[in-house]
Design a protein around this ligand. Structure first.
Ligand code: ZN
Length: 332
């Protein structure tokens, strides 16, 4: 498969593909009511294009095409592309100032920026007919929970199961519940092993994997203490993990890290990891790609392949939601 660019909403690759995103971004959990103003507001998004350092006005539906093209390969199933379009549209409306959102907090005057680590990835208009159709056929559709726009967080692949939002971030969100993504099993295995020499890991994480040991010898009837530095017996220890197996807290040497911090510091694809130590090296194996909350994009594609439609896909990953036409206030 070729290289392509991705995200995560709400806030989120390198396996078979390059999916940037959801790594750094986090979701924000306020409920934005779908107000009457939404059906009449100016549907122009002020997009800050990072590559050209420009603020540009775009009709929302045209902008969404560029997001879907950046976030998902056009080779994915059409129902998955439609689900992605709705997630991206929901994310965008939550940010838009005219729709009651906060705008992009990094670029003043912008509703949203094209930095996938901050807002949402976007590419300029070179998208395929398939992507145009996916956006056009879901025009105006958004995902809501109890009448409010949801935080449509997504990630590339969950590695078998997503997690409750509070397992990854701090807040529990009723529609961001851990679900099985067994469909992903048909997808390329998002398994990756990386290794670090012990001293390399010490340097990168600014930790010590050694401990001081004191040994007492009798020399000419007197106790002589000898202090030596030796490798810890247990240099790494997972202190807490989520239900789906993502590391929440891990001790490495003399310091404790959150799974998120370790992932960022070591550039790991996900926090769903196991490790082993051999030959003075630490081998870390990760599964999946991204934060593991909300929609799995590879899972969505596998569901599309198995005949599920975009409403079924969205309702699987975002529990208890509705898919609504925000312009005409109709539920799909
Ligand atoms: Zn931004």
């Amino acid at each position: 498969m070729g290289q392509w660019i991705i995200i995560c909403v709400g806030f989120c690759i390198l396996v078979v593909v390059v999916l940037p995103s959801v790594i750094v971004r986090g979701c924000s959990f306020n409920i934005y009511p779908l107000t009457e103003q939404l059906s009449s507001f100016d549907q122009t998004v002020k997009v800050f294009i990072v590559a050209s350092n420009q603020l540009q006005d775009m009709p929302i539906e045209e902008y969404i095409k560029g997001v879907v093209a950046a976030e998902m390969p056009a080779s994915f199933g059409v129902e998955a592309l439609r689900a992605q379009a709705i997630a991206a549209r929901t994310f965008t409306l939550r940010r838009m100032v005219a729709a009651g959102g906060p705008g992009c907090t990094a670029h003043s005057g912008a509703d949203i920026c094209t930095d996938h680590r901050h807002c949402q990835a976007w590419v300029s208009p070179v998208y395929s007919r398939k992507i145009q159709d996916a956006v056009n056929s879901t025009k105006g559709l958004v995902a809501t929970y109890q009448g409010g726009l949801i935080d449509a967080c997504y990630h590339a692949a969950s590695g078998g199961a997503t997690d409750n939002s509070e397992e990854v971030w701090s807040s529990a969100v009723p529609y961001l519940k851990g679900v099985s993504t067994e469909f992903e099993a048909k997808e390329p295995d998002f398994l990756k092993e990386v290794s670090f020499a012990m001293d390399e890991l010490e340097k990168q994480l600014e930790v010590s994997l050694k401990e001081r040991k004191s040994t007492t010898y009798k020399v000419a009837g007197k106790d002589v203490h000898v202090i030596s530095e030796e490798r810890m017996d247990k240099p790494i220890e997972v202190l807490e993990a989520s239900k789906a197996g993502r590391v929440k807290e891990i001790r490495i040497g003399d310091k404790v890290f959150s799974g998120y911090a370790l992932r960022t510091l070591l550039g790991l694809p996900s926090t769903k990891m196991t490790y082993r130590i051999a030959d003075n090296k630490v081998y870390i194996t990760t599964t999946g790609y991204g934060h593991g909350v909300g929609m799995s994009q590879y899972g969505a594609n596998a569901m599309a392949d198995s005949g599920k439609n975009y409403v079924e896909i969205l309702k699987h990953y975002y529990q208890g939601i509705e898919v609504v036409d925000y312009v005409n206030a109709q539920v799909k």
